[in-house]
Design a protein around this ligand. Structure first.
Ligand code: ZN
Ligand code: ZN
Length: 172
């Protein structure tokens, strides 16, 4: 979806629509879309600068990196971006504006689909977890720990013993 920047008026251009992406386009290839990606954007223009304020929401299924079970994860992310003409790219070092993450548009057009895809990829967890305290899979029997205790004797360190060890060490 290409937006001609000359069509963006002072009052701003509002875009509200759903996008379909393929899992292959995502950084997390195991992610499965459970809903279309909905986005609301407002594009405003100040001279040659294009400001994009937006929100993207969707529902995914990720595979937990500990227990390997798929779980649902809803995404609701807001962003503010500034796009400059490609010609400014060469001046980037001279612009000396390291705080702002500058983006560039080419041929006086911005591909909104690409903008959304990039934002979506940025929201993904590095290590997807079904729950913060997911205990993963038992190293002995391979069962999922959350489904109750499998009864395996996993060598667990006893905190009290650890303290005792330190105590003994200190005494030496
Ligand atoms: Zn898990
Ligand atoms: Zn077990």
């Amino acid at each position: 979806m290409l937006i001609d920047i000359d069509k963006i008026t002072r009052g701003g251009l509002k875009i509200s629509r759903d996008f379909d992406f393929q899992s292959l386009e995502l950084v997390e290839e195991n992610a499965v879309f459970l809903k279309p990606v909905h986005s609301d954007l407002t594009m405003t223009r100040m001279g040659e600068e294009i400001w994009i304020k937006g929100r993207v929401t969707t529902l995914f299924s990720f595979v937990c990196s500990r227990c390997l079970i798929p779980y649902e994860c809803s995404i609701d992310s807001q962003f503010d971006l500034v796009y400059l003409p490609e010609a400014f790219h060469e001046l980037k070092d001279e612009l000396d504006n390291e705080d702002i993450d500058q983006l560039f548009y080419q041929n006086r057009q911005i591909d909104v689909r690409e903008v959304i895809l990039e934002q979506l990829n940025l929201t993904f967890p590095v290590k997807p977890l079904c729950a913060e305290d997911c205990e993963g899979i038992c190293a002995v029997c391979g069962k999922i720990r959350q489904d109750g205790n499998c009864g395996c004797q996993v060598k667990e360190t006893d905190e009290r013993l650890d303290k005792l060890k330190i105590f003994v060490k200190d005494k030496r």
